[in-house]
Every structure is written in structure tokens, then in C-alpha cells.
Design a protein around this ligand. Sequence first.
Ligand SMILES: [Zn+2]
Length: 278
Amino acid sequence: MLHALSFDLEEWYHGDLLAPYVAAAERRSQVRDAVRPIIELLRRAGVRATFFAVGEVARDHPDLIAELAADGHEIACHTMTHPNLWRLTPAEFADELERYRAAVDGALPGAQALGFRAPMFSLDKRSHWVLGMLRDGGFRYDSSVVPVRTPWYGVAGAPLGIYRASLDDPGRTDADGGFLEFPLTACSIGPVRIPTAGGVYFRLIPYPVFRSLLRRVARRRPFVIYVHPWETYAATPRLPLPLIERFGLYTNIRHARRRLERLLQDFSFAPVREVLDV
Ligand SMILES: [Zn+2]
């Protein structure tokens, strides 16, 4: 079975938690250096993936986007500036999409992103209107719903496998009118759902345990993994954040790339659009 491998191509400072701590003058780009070992790793492994790119990265590093596309990776949309969707109006979101398209067009003329991922997984009932705008904008799928409530995000009770999400409530299904959703992976054990898509869970849970959780999921359905280049990069700046945030963002960064390498050995991966066949 093929599973989906995705990277959220953004800078180390794009996350919501960091914004209050990083002044504009300190926002030094390091995405090229952070993603370079990943590009090489994927080449060695012969694996293609989806890169959900922030438009600002595409605008500032068009050659990087072109290189990823030339390697056969899917370039999908992670908005222009990485805002939290809960705080946007539909008009502001339309502007994000338009500027994203212009930025990527500079690197890949005529390319149409089929996929979308919400910054900070901020797609839930509050931002449900996003799905209709994606459908009308020519997108074919979304991969933003985390079907577990975590301290930061998540939609408790959302479907665990690929489904058509209701345009009124992304956590509910609408087989006829909904928008195709590939929810982030969670492994259910009895009444408990354990997030196993990436992030701190990927870095914190011992690898053999993480792998056995994924194998359990894979017996039933394809799963999707996400990795941020900055969370695999030793030189990512460490900010003096509150304890929980610091823990969530920086734990085990030094082991993450090796873990990714093991994942590529243990499972078969493809870009999201190929797993969804859109
Ligand atoms: Zn992001």
C-alpha cells in the first residue's frame, strides 16, 4: 500500500507560536539549508513527496520550487504568509490564494496546485468556509484536518480515513457535496486516538513504537505523514518560549532526519495527489 509523504515548506519562524517572539529583523531565511538534506535523502531513496509550500518561500526561492518539481515532487499550497485561518475573513483568504498563485507562477509558470494544507492545521468548524473556496478555486483536495483534539488544534471525532468533508463542518462527512479530505494520521486504540502524522509525536514517540502504530493504521488504510524541514535541521534557532511550546517545537530535532530515513525504508510513499488519485 502506498502512503502519502508531505513536507510543509516554510521557514523556522512561520509557526503561530513563534510569531510573538521573532521580530521582523530576526526573520532570517534558512529554508534552503534545512531542506537540502531532505532533497538528497529523497533522491537516494527514490521517493517523491508533496511539498505544501508557503508562497513567501516560493517568491523568495523560485529555483528551489523548480528543483523540487523537476525531481517529481508535487507542489501544493500552504497559503502565502502562513496565517491562522481562524483569524482570516474570506476576502483575506482569497487574497492569500491569489498571492500564492502569483508567487508559485514565478517558479512554475502555469502550475495549478491541486492540494491545500491549512497553516497550523487551523481548519475546523470556525474556518469551514475555506473548503468551498478551495473547491471553487480549482483545488482537488485538502489535507488539514487532525482528527484528534490536541492542545493546539484538532477536530475531535472527525473521520480517520480519507473522506468527503462537509463544506459546513470539515469534521463531518458529506458523501455527495463534500470536498476530498485526507486527514492527518491518527491511530485509534480503543477509545484513544494517538496522533501519528508527524510533529512532536513523530520526534518524541520511540521510533519502533511509532512504526508499530503506523503499521496498525496501514492494515486498514493509507496514511499521510508531514515533516517540517526546520524540525529536522540542527541549526534551527531555539527561542526562549514557554516550556510546553519549547518542548513541542524542539524536542529531538537532532534525531528527526534519521527517523525520516527509517520511515522511508519501512513504508512505501508517494505524493498526496497520487495516493488520492486526483
Ligand atoms: Zn505550516
